[in-house]
Design a protein around this ligand. Sequence first.
Ligand SMILES: Cc1cc2nc3c(=O)[nH]c(=O)nc-3n(C[C@H](O)[C@H](O)[C@H](O)COP(=O)(O)O)c2cc1C
Length: 318
Amino acid sequence: MTWQLKLFMAPLAGITNRVFRSLVREYGADYTCTEMVSVQGVIHRNRKTFSLLDLQKEEKAGIQLFGRNPEDFIKAFQVIEKKIKPQFIDINMGCPVPKIVKGGMGAALLREPHLAEKIVKTLVGEVKIPVSVKIRLGWDPEEKTGEEVALRCQEAGASWITVHGRTRDQFYSGNADWEGIAAIKKILEIPVVANGDVFSARDALDLSLTTGCRRIMVARGALGNPWIFEQIRRLEKGEEIFPPGKEEIMEAVKKHLEGLICLRGSEKRAVTEMRKHLGWYIKGFPGAREVRNNLVRMEKASEVQELLATYLAQVEKG
Ligand SMILES: Cc1cc2nc3c(=O)[nH]c(=O)nc-3n(C[C@H](O)[C@H](O)[C@H](O)COP(=O)(O)O)c2cc1C
């Protein structure tokens, strides 16, 4: 491999808050982003929507917006830029959730390439930071509009396009079609970020080789596994990679949990939110299910950390 990969942490609803973003950055992610944020929610000053725009003052991260009306994106950005200074704006054209696509947003925009182009053009004409777009290969196997949408977004001034190698009807199941990403990469001049099924460092390198993309996005593969970015870095340098040890897992969990307590202002809320992550941190370990069942009953950070440390010590001893 003659190039250095640029590593992107995917936007993940309910996951990629500033605590998670900071964690993956520490392990080597180059680009991070908020989860998808509704332009309508921003315009109407919805409190919950605002809480998703949680960039810290000096934090370099993008924000991802979803909506439909091009003017709404401008209005939302005008509200946002009074509060935070994002590094880039990503437009969501991939969300498959029925509630979103019924409103003609997310992946539904793949069925309206003209509107997709107009949204990007309108926003690019108004803002000074890069505008990127995240798409899928199309709506379904019969309607693979990804190439057309990508070309139109490029024409409209997008700085890069992220391609998730699935169609909308697949949601998150089945294998991502890396050849489909390669086909879009081939016809574009702007950078393409390849996304789909990177669950190991090896996957990241294979995805890059298959698609010719030097920008790789990790999504579910980073859940309970922020080390994946460091492992990709090592592997691309030809170095050996090792699974994280007990100390390293505990250190990440501690940072994650303490960060969430700070962010949520409540230990109970943070511990509740952390439960799903704890399940991911110990996924695949022997007896993980039983430990998970015990963890979900706990409300104190100290209890969680104690149980986890004891368990991991047992696992390590074998
Ligand atoms: C729980 C969850 C939440 C997600 N939230 C978002 C989101 O807010 N914005 C977005 O563009 N994609 C979102 N995605 C899609 C991911 O960014 C990514 O495109 C997808 O998971 C495919 O990558 P993977 O196969 O490596 O997981 C979400 C996916 C999951 C599983």
